[in-house]
Design a protein around this ligand. Structure first.
Ligand code: PBG
Length: 333
């Protein structure tokens, strides 16, 4: 007996599978859980517990104490990891971003506080100089403003070591310098940090979607020019494959695609091609668009939040870095 592989009507009525919640849930191809989420969190070095970020409605910068309390909430909600991003006192910024190497700086302090409060929760640290430089670039610049590759990479190695030393579980270079993953991996091995994970922002695009983040970390007014000489051209897809291949070869344990929603095609290609844990970053501008439309009553914010998060799973992401992590996890629980 042969079965026709071509579905035809009325033998096949796809709506049968959609008729009620129980059958929809039984046949769902993808599922989102709190375990898929990495909580993107902005921390600051001031006294105030929480400072709202205008361009990101609902998001607040947290001081050290609030951040460690948030780590406990992450544990209780089943969120496996937190990615921390610093907003520092502008008085501590300079051309070289030297505050990034301060072992008693904001990030090392937050790492220790979080690991004390909730050791089960993974702490992920951005490796890049932009929160610390007076010019807002991710690296060291020459007299023309060009971001120097190898010189920057050498500083990033030091920054990653400071983070690992403070107890960071994952270092996540977001700078897009060539060769920095290999340099960081070698330095971590030599320093005995053989278990420190590297999550590489492997395919990171020069994107307008980072706008609100620059307000969040206070680099908006600082940034001179753009980041097109180091971040990827949104026109390119094959280039992302080369970036990811190099970072894996250099020692990245996991890779990231960023931004998220406008680059789902890249998430799909990367996860299918490399079969390594692949994360998508739902960045500040994506968050801001959803929140702004929701505040105006133009969309159902919660519904769109969940739909976008699920879309990353459908595209093949192992997980999602998102400012919605706490809200989404509460809803999922
Ligand atoms: C900096 C960095 C950026 C983000 C994470 N790390 C901004 C940039 O590259 O300009 C963006 C995060 C977001 O927009 O949510 N290296």
């Amino acid at each position: 007996m042969s079965v026709s592989l071509t579905p035809n009507f009325p033998a096949t009525r796809l709506r049968r599978l959609r008729q009620a919640a129980w059958i929809r849930s039984l046949t769902a191809e993808h599922v989102l859980t709190p375990a898929d989420l990495i909580w993107s969190m902005v921390v600051h070095d001031g006294d105030e517990a929480r400072i709202p970020v205008d361009a990101m409605p609902g998001l607040e910068r947290l001081n050290v104490k609030e951040a460690s309390a948030a780590a406990v909430r992450a544990k209780d909600l089943g969120i496996p990891a937190i990615a921390i991003f610093p907003h520092i006192n502008p008085a501590h910024k300079d051309e070289e971003g030297s505050e990034s190497l301060n072992p008693d700086g904001l990030i090392p302090t937050v790492i220790k506080a979080m690991k004390d409060a909730a050791p089960e929760v993974g702490v992920i640290c951005d490796v890049a100089l932009d929160p610390f430089t007076s010019h807002g670039h991710d690296g060291l610049i020459d007299e023309t403003g060009y971001v120097l590759n190898d010189e920057t990479s050498a500083v990033l190695v030091e920054q990653a070591l400071v983070q690992a030393e403070a107890g960071a579980d994952v270092v996540a270079p977001s700078d897009m310098m060539d060769g920095r993953i290999g340099a960081i991996r070698t330095a971590l091995e030599e320093a005995g940090h053989t278990n420190t994970l590297i999550l590489s922002y492997a395919a990171k695009y020069a994107s307008g979607f980072y706008g609100p983040y620059r307000e969040a970390i206070g680099s908006a007014t600082a940034l001179i020019g753009d980041k097109k000489t180091y971040q990827q051209d949104p026109a390119n897809s094959d280039e992302a494959m080369r970036e990811v291949a190099m970072d894996i070869a250099e020692g990245a344990d996991m890779v990231m695609v960023k931004p998220g929603l406008p680059y789902l095609d890249i998430v799909r290609r990367v996860s299918e091609t490399f079969k390594v844990p692949t994360f998508a970053f739902q960045v500040s501008g994506e968050y801001a668009m959803i929140q702004a439309a929701a505040q105006n009553g133009w969309i159902d914010g919660e519904r769109v939040m969940m739909e976008t998060l699920l879309s990353f799973k459908r595209a093949g992401a192992s997980g999602i870095i998102t400012y919605f992590a706490e809200t989404a996890a509460k809803k999922l629980n």
